[in-house]
Design a protein around this ligand. Structure first.
Ligand code: ADP
Length: 354
């Protein structure tokens, strides 16, 4: 991969407390990359170091192979959008967007043309004369995006820009951000703790955990092939069950009830004390009782309807509960609470972390 932006062994401590350690990553020009992870995992700190708002304790940040650590923040050609809208309250939408060009003393006609282009890009032409207090949070954030993009930065950094908005507005602005990315080709680094948002927006996700990079991959990589229990648990829903590994090369495991199953993926995760089987809820299906070794007999504890799928909680021997998501096609009667059922699973889709 030809790296446009590279981070090499980044470290950052605050008064001796480590916030980011040994973070290295490469980002292509024009990529949409999301830093995903729980609160406090080092996402914003990494972003602020790239922006030049914070100095690292160690490591390097390179653009096109050259360090930018010696370049002041305002000369890095990087735009930023934060969670708080940070618009100037005494300026109109148009004046807010034009501001970065005004301070750079660009010619008047260029300022006018670029500002109009940005107003069009975020579809705010009709509200150009409004003040921030006269707009919704979503509209203010669109202006903030336009202002960050007006001087054509090569990189746009976004730190939880939608977390103050309600779900519907968030989805609307997510669509807007995707559009801005497609139209301009700007490289976007986006911080969020919201997995759905990460899946919806990103070309690749960088998963953070306690100041380190846990895993890097496309959305499907991370979802279908998590490399640790943490990754499997953080992205999507999962069922976990302790198992015994009988033959790691053949992927043979023994389930709590004693049955042995072959061809399960075994993954050296380093974050479990005991081997753990992970099964996604949508990879479980109802089967005829005693169909094969890859099934659990149990009883429906509860269920609820989610539109086109049913979510089931199934109690199985050993006091385990399996969550399943089953597509409902309307031709059969789905099992009800209290029914005895047999739940099948697919070894090649399951993973054992050890
Ligand atoms: P995230 O963006 O993933 O929520 P942060 O990068 O903000 O995580 O924080 C990483 C760690 O650094 C946390 O433990 C946080 O408490 C700490 N931290 C962040 N900013 C500061 C600061 N200005 N002073 C001291 N500690 C900080």
């Amino acid at each position: 991969m030809t790296a446009f932006l590279s981070i090499r062994n980044l470290h950052k401590s605050y008064h001796g407390n480590v916030a980011v350690q040994n973070v290295s990553l490469d980002i292509r020009k024009g990529e949409f990359v999301t830093f995903l992870g729980p609160s406090g995992s080092g996402k914003s700190t990494t972003l602020y170091v790239i922006a030049g708002l914070m100095e690292p304790t160690g490591g390097d940040v390179l653009v096109n192979g050259r360090t930018i650590l010696d370049v002041p923040s305002n000369h890095r050609n990087i735009g930023m959008v934060f969670q708080k809208y940070t618009l100037f309250p005494n300026m109109t939408v148009r004046e807010n967007i034009a501001f970065p060009l005004v301070v750079r003393k660009r010619p008047r006609d260029e300022i006018e043309a670029r500002t109009n282009e940005m107003l069009r890009l975020v579809r705010m032409e009709q509200l150009a004369g409004r003040y921030p207090a006269q707009m919704s949070g979503g509209q203010q954030q669109r202006v903030a995006i336009a202002r960050a993009m007006v001087y054509e930065p090569e990189i746009l950094l976004m730190d939880e820009p939608l977390s103050a908005l309600d779900k519907k507005l968030r989805e609307e602005i997510q669509g807007e951000i995707k559009r801005v990315h497609e139209r301009t080709g700007v490289t976007i680094l986006y911080v969020t703790h919201d997995q759905e948002e990460a899946l919806r927006l990103s070309d690749r996700i960088i998963l953070f955990n306690t100041g380190r990079v846990e895993q890097i991959g496309t959305c499907t990589d991370l979802y279908t092939s998590p490399r640790s229990r943490f990754a499997g648990q953080f992205l999507g829903n999962s069922n976990f069950m302790p198992v015994e590994i009988m033959d790691a090369a053949a992927g043979t495991i023994r389930l709590p009830g004693g049955a042995c199953v072959e061809n399960v993926r075994i993954c050296d995760s380093g974050d479990v004390d005991h081997p753990l089987l992970m099964m996604r809820p949508e990879d479980l299906t109802f089967r005829k009782a005693g169909d094969c070794a890859c099934s659990f007999d149990g009883q429906v504890r509860s269920s609820y309807f989610l539109g086109n799928v049913m979510n089931y909680e199934i109690g199985i021997p050993g006091d385990y509960t399996l969550t399943m998501r089953v597509y409902i096609d309307g031709t059969e009667h789905p099992p009800q609470t209290g029914d005895r059922v047999s739940v099948g699973w697919l070894p090649h889709k399951a993973i054992v972390f050890r």
